[in-house]
Design a protein around this ligand. Structure first.
Ligand code: ADP
Length: 358
C-alpha cells in the first residue's frame, strides 16, 4: 500500500524554480492524504492542497509537475490537487526566501527593442492593438514576442486561442526559464496562463509587479527584434514601478478619439516622461477612429469624435502612428482567436502601416 512518506518523497523532488527548493521544503503541500481504493491497494486517490502565499505564476506548472511525478511513481493511483492562494498565512518559507533579490535580466539581452503598449483607460482596445501590431511586425519579417502583463484582464490567451497552454519550464545555463508559446509567427507569454481571470481580482500592486518582472526576465525569449509589453490600463504608482524595472526602449499609447480617453492619454504621456521613468514615446495609435458599415463602405461615422488622436499627438509632439476603425472583424478576430491582422484587407494594411511607422 502507498504510504504518505512515499508520496512525500516523490513530491520532494518537485522544485520551485524561483526559490530552488522543493515544494515540501517550502511547506506548500498541505492536507496530504491517501484514500485507498476498496478493490486494489495501489489504486487509490492521492489528495492534497498546494497552498501559495501569493498568486504565484508557477502555480499551474508546479501542479502539473506534481501530477506527472506522482503518476510515474504510482501509475495506478489518481491525484487530486487543489491550488489555493492564502496571502494571510505564512506557508513556512521565511522572509529571506520570499525576497527575490536582484533579478537576473540576462534573458532580455537578446531583445533589441522592448516597447510598452499602454493606455490611460481600459477598454480602448490596447490589447487588440498590441496583439495585431505584434503580428504585423512579424509579417514585416521581424522576430517578435509579446508579453501580456495586463494582470487585471489578460487577453492574449483568448485572442490567440491558446487558453489551454501550460507553459513548460526548461533549463538554460543552470537557470529555469518559462517557455513561451509560438503561434502566428509571434512568441506569446501571458499572466493569464498562470492565473485564472477570477483570481486577478485579488492581485495587489506588489504581487502584480513581482509577477510581471518574473515573466519579463524568466521567459526564454531568445533573439527578438521586438518585445511588446501589454501593460495593465492606468497610470498609477504600480505602473511606474513596473516600467522602471523593465529596460524599456520606448512606449506607444493607445487611445480612442473620445475626450475622456484623451485626458487619460495625457496622464500616460506624463507617466513615461516622468523623470524617474524617462522612456521615449514612439507615438499614439488611435483606435475606434470611425465606424464604416459593411453595406456603406465609403461612409465614415465618427462615433467618438474626429481626429482626437491627431490633436493629442500635435499637442505633445509625438507621431500619430495610425488609426484603426471600428470593424466587426476586429472584435470577432479577438473573440475567436484569429486576430484581424492575419487576414488580407484594410485592417491588415492599417496595422502594417503602424508597424512600419513604429
Ligand atoms: P483594452 O485592452 O484597452 O481593455 P481590448 O483590446 O480588450 O481593450 O478591447 C476591448 C473590446 O473592444 C474587445 O471586445 C475588442 O474586441 C473590441 N475592439 C477593440 N478594438 C476594436 C476595433 N477597432 N473594432 C471593433 N472592436 C474593437
Amino acid at each position: 500500500m502507498i504510504q504518505l512518506s512515499d508520496i512525500e518523497k516523490v513530491l520532494n523532488r518537485v522544485i520551485h524554480p524561483e526559490y530552488d527548493k522543493s515544494i515540501i521544503e517550502l511547506s506548500l503541500v498541505q492536507n496530504l492524504n491517501y484514500q485507498k481504493d476498496e478493490s486494489e491497494d495501489d489504486a487509490g486517490t492521492i489528495k492534497f492542497r498546494l497552498v501559495f502565499h501569493r498568486n504565484d505564476p508557477m502555480a499551474n506548472s508546479l501542479k502539473e509537475a506534481c501530477q506527472k511525478a506522482l503518476q510515474e511513481a504510482f501509475p495506478k493511483a489518481k491525484t487530486s490537487i487543489l491550488v489555493l492562494i492564502d496571502s494571510n498565512k505564512a506557508t513556512g518559507h521565511n522572509k529571506n526566501e520570499l525576497g527575490r533579490g536582484d533579478l537576473d535580466k540576462k534573458e532580455l539581452n537578446t531583445v533589441q527593442n522592448i516597447i510598452a503598449v499602454a493606455s490611460g483607460k481600459g477598454g480602448v482596445g490596447k490589447s487588440t492593438v498590441a496583439v495585431n501590431l505584434a503580428i504585423a511586425l512579424s509579417q514585416l519579417g521581424y522576430k517578435v514576442g509579446l508579453l501580456d502583463a495586463d494582470v487585471y484582464g489578460p487577453s492574449v490567451p483568448k485572442m490567440t486561442a491558446t487558453e489551454d497552454y501550460l507553459p513548460p519550464i526548461t533549463e538554460k545555463e543552470g537557470k529555469q526559464l518559462i517557455v513561451p508559446v509560438e503561434k502566428y509567427g509571434v512568441k506569446w507569454m501571458s499572466i493569464g496562463y498562470f492565473a485564472k481571470p477570477e483570481q486577478a481580482l485579488i492581485w495587489r500592486g506588489p504581487m502584480a509587479c513581482g509577477a510581471l518582472k518574473q515573466l519579463a526576465f524568466e521567459v526564454m525569449w531568445g533573439e527578438l527584434d521586438y518585445l511588446l509589453i501589454d501593460l495593465p490600463p492606468g497610470t498609477g504608482d504600480i505602473h511606474i514601478t513596473m516600467i522602471q524595472e523593465i529596460p524599456l526602449t520606448g512606449a506607444i499609447i493607445v487611445t480612442t478619439p473620445q475626450q475622456i480617453a484623451l485626458a487619460d492619454v495625457e496622464k500616460g504621456i506624463n507617466m513615461f516622461r516622468n523623470k524617474d521613468v524617462h522612456t521615449p514615446i514612439y507615438g499614439i495609435v488611435e483606435n475606434m477612429s470611425w465606424f464604416t458599415p459593411k453595406e456603406l463602405p465609403n461612409n465614415r461615422y465618427y462615433l467618438f469624435g474626429k481626429n482626437g488622436g491627431e490633436k493629442m499627438a500635435d499637442k505633445y509632439n509625438v507621431p500619430l502612428l495610425g488609426q484603426i476603425p471600428i470593424v466587426m472583424g476586429v472584435m470577432e478576430g479577438g473573440d475567436n482567436g484569429r486576430p484581424a491582422a492575419l487576414e488580407e484587407g484594410e485592417i491588415q494594411s492599417r496595422f502594417r502601416e503602424i508597424a512600419e511607422n513604429l
